[in-house]
Ligand binder design. Structure first.
Ligand code: ZN
Length: 366
């Protein structure tokens, strides 16, 4: 078996490429229809989104041995049923009478600013669907979720086992280690997992660092390359090299939306367990993040690691809590707590704290 063949299970699943093609094309169709009304859209931005949509559509069609479309051909297809030009796609049309259809607008909004990552993260919904309501479903879901947080890079065999446990293919969760993270050592391709999040770090001529995560970099996941190996530039010790063969890295969307916030959730769990609390993670298949019990008291916690406070406040306002929920933000975002308190009315059922404030609150309740 060649090295290429061993990575065959990691190549993108056709369904994942189809979903990405649909998300990018919905965004492109909305941009195309609104190109004259919106100040934030210039011609270059519209063209760029059309080209991205055409590229993903080509990729999805290639799974079915169908040829690519040019951008102008794709525009002409916006008002044809999607299933006619995107294999196994829905019957809906994206544009009617020159306007994006409500379904198309909804898909574009769901795709957000990073459609590829949003689509990758939906894999967690498919896992939940697969687990259904069986009595062992919550325990299986929690084990699966914990694995994703602790294994941003993993041996392919272990990753395939956890994927199967929730009815997924390996390629829906993991991909090949990116070429930006690969370095040859003694003729063997290797990578450095980030000492904080375990995702393969980006390698340049002089540096190795966790390129896309500022909490990792702030924690010290930045190293200088020397003839004797890595030199730590922060508080974290240099990780050992891992051979690329037989290993895989989480897809970026899963890493961004599950691993990174999950590290905060596991850290909070560790601190609360140290106090003697009983902590259950992602109870009832993810109704919230941590269920905490100590000394007859009970707290429900959702950890929120969002960049935009107004957006988080709007999201909470749209979804009043049916039971009292503590919204806990990572310590490096503690400034958000006061803003959240002022933006979200108390009657919605949310209370706010940073991780350390919440740990102290549980401690004094003892
Ligand atoms: Zn990292």
């Amino acid at each position: 078996m060649t090295a290429d063949d061993s990575n065959a299970p990691l190549r993108a699943a056709a369904a994942l490429d189809r979903e990405k093609a649909l998300a990018f094309t919905a965004v492109a169709a909305v941009n195309w229809c609104e190109r004259r009304q919106r100040d934030d859209l210039d011609g270059v931005a519209v063209l760029r989104s059309l080209m991205t949509a055409a590229a993903w559509t080509a990729r999805a069609r290639a799974h079915h041995s169908q040829p690519a479309f040019a951008v102008h051909e794709l525009i002409d297809l916006f008002d044809e049923p999607v299933g006619d030009w995107l294999p196994t796609g829905p019957r809906m049309v994206l544009v009617e009478d020159g306007e994006a259809t409500p379904l198309c607008e909804e898909m574009a909004a769901e795709a957000g600013a990073a459609p590829s990552m949003e689509v990758e993260q939906r894999v967690l919904l498919r896992a939940m669907d697969h687990l259904g309501v069986g009595t062992d479903a919550p325990a299986k879901y929690t084990a699966f979720r914990r694995f994703l947080v602790e294994h941003a890079s993993a041996r392919q065999v272990e990753a395939a086992r956890i994927a199967r446990s929730v009815g997924l293919d390996l390629a829906e969760l993991y991909q090949e280690v990116s070429s930006h993270a690969v370095t040859a050592v003694d003729g063997k391709d290797c990578f450095y997992p980030c000492p904080r999040c375990r995702w393969p770090m980006k390698v340049t001529e002089t540096r190795v660092r966790c390129a896309s995560s500022s909490p990792c970099r702030q924690a010290g996941a930045t190293f200088a390359r020397t003839d004797d190996g890595l030199l730590a530039l922060g508080k974290l010790a240099a990780p050992d090299l891992v051979p690329v063969a037989g290993w895989a890295a989480l897809r970026q969307g899963v890493w961004r939306y599950t691993t990174l916030p999950g590290l905060e959730e596991l850290d909070l769990e560790r601190r609360l367990v140290k106090l003697g609390a009983d902590v259950e993670l992602w109870p009832f298949i993810d109704r919230y993040d941590l269920d905490v019990r100590l000394g007859g008291q009970h707290w429900r916690v959702d950890v929120k690691d969002h960049a935009s406070v107004p957006r988080l406040a709007r999201h909470l306002a749209d979804k009043p809590a049916s039971e009292s929920i503590w919204i806990v933000v990572p310590d490096h975002k503690r400034d958000q707590v006061a803003m959240l308190r002022s933006l979200v009315p108390a009657e919605l059922g949310y209370r706010f704290a940073s991780s350390s404030e919440f740990v102290r609150l549980v401690e004094v309740a003892l």
